[in-house]
Design a binder for this molecule. Structure first.
Ligand SMILES: [Zn+2]
Ligand SMILES: [Zn+2]
Length: 387
């Protein structure tokens, strides 16, 4: 077995869909044009499309035979608030928005599989094509689940795929276990006491407190986490003051934490709180912390991942399928779906020369479309094979 011939034959058309979506990026929960595009295509293929699942989400349902078994295939549709620097014809036409994470490619791959499966119907059961909005940290997966995604469209197994810059096109990764990190965002508001910059003894300087807090937060990973356990804490925003001669009343630090389990995440949260409050109070100030866990870790189910790896190997050969390796410190809100249904989250090469994800010069590699689409098609034919 190799790639799906019918999908390979559509490659030029698929590239034009992908570039059309790339040229019209929409931020999370604003994917109305993209959802229109997806729903129109699904209906054109003869697949019933359900709109408004998780606001701008779309679910397509394709059924063959009377079997009750079902699988879900999920793609994400949202873009990022980045100004694209590419000069090619399909560059973003929307200032301040860009498909810098390749979700244009993910959407296209799933549409291509839908078209093929609707025509060939070489399976028995139900396929739920899940087009998710707002993957980039604003809760699209949760929104779909809260809208009854899995009660309305039950799935026995779930598959999703993300492109991977640096990995050759045609190479897959399907690795069991924890694959992406839990992710949290935090804000630390430090309250001091404003004063004249020339008379610091009359105030409580929140800038000095903030500086100490930033330094001390670095000890959470180096001193409080077990060596060998992957975790990250990054302070990414520092805001305080706006005059040369004024000690401000307050300061705000913001940033992100990544950890491989929710237990570790809770321990880090507790330390962020203790350190911030402890240092602030040592200087006579105060600190309040808002700590929000946005992503859970994606866990790949053993058996589901094994099946995915076998299907990949049948298309590209064993040596092109990565089946072991460390999890990354990136996060993915597919985690919330993978907590509800046995899942496999795969990666697919976007080429050695690809710019990194979230880079203003990134572009999804059109050569990868037929690989991802063939996987989605073949996993359905494998798992829902006619008896
Ligand atoms: Zn992203
Ligand atoms: Zn992404």
């Amino acid at each position: 077995m190799s790639l799906v011939d019918e999908i390979v034959a559509m490659e030029a058309e698929l590239t034009s869909w992908r570039r059309d979506i790339h040229a019209h990026p929409e931020l999370g929960f604003e994917e109305s044009r993209t959802a229109d595009f997806v729903a129109a295509k699904l209906e054109e293929f003869g697949i019933e499309a359900f709109r408004g699942i998780g606001r701008t989400g779309v679910v397509g349902v394709l059924r063959e035979g009377n079997e009750t078994r079902a699988i879900g295939l999920r793609a994400d549709m949202d873009a990022l608030p980045i100004d694209e620097t590419n000069g090619f014809d399909h560059r973003s036409k929307a200032p301040g928005a860009m498909h810098a994470c390749g979700h244009d490619g993910h959407t296209t791959m799933l549409l291509a599989a839908a078209k093929y499966l609707a025509e060939s119907r070489n399976f028995r059961g139900q396929v739920n094509f899940i087009f998710q909005p707002a993957e980039e940290g604003i809760g699209g997966a949760r929104a779909m689940i809260e809208d009854g995604l899995f009660s309305q469209f039950p799935c026995d197994r779930l598959f999703a795929m993300h492109n991977a810059p640096g990995l050759p096109v045609g190479r897959f990764g399907a690795v069991a276990g924890t694959r992406t990190a839990a992710g949290a965002f935090f804000d630390i508001d430090i309250k001091g006491k404003g004063a004249h910059g020339a008379f610091p003894h009359q105030g409580i300087d929140p800038v000095v407190i903030a500086a100490e807090v930033i330094g001390a937060l670095q000890t959470i990973i180096s001193r409080a986490s077990p060596p060998g356990e992957t975790a990250v804490i990054s302070v990414t925003q520092v805001h305080a003051g706006d005059a040369y001669n004024v000690i401000p009343e307050s300061a705000r630090l913001s940033g992100t934490v990544r950890a491989m389990s929710l237990e570790t995440m809770q321990q880090i949260e507790a330390r962020v709180l203790e350190i911030s409050k402890g240092i602030a109070s040592a200087h006579g100030g105060d600190a309040t912390v808002s700590f929000r866990v946005i992503f859970h870790p994606v866990r790949n189910d053993d058996e589901t991942t094994q099946m995915a790896a076998e299907v990949c190997a049948s298309m590209v050969g064993d040596d092109q399928v990565i089946q072991a390796g460390p999890a990354g410190t990136g996060s993915e809100d597919f985690s919330f779906m993978s907590e509800q249904v046995p899942s496999c989250y795969l990666i697919l090469g976007n080429g050695d020369d690809s710019r990194p994800l979230h880079n203003p010069g990134y572009d999804f590699n059109d050569g990868a479309i037929v690989y991802g689409a063939s996987f989605f098609a073949r996993i359905v034919e494998h798992m829902l094979a006619p008896e």
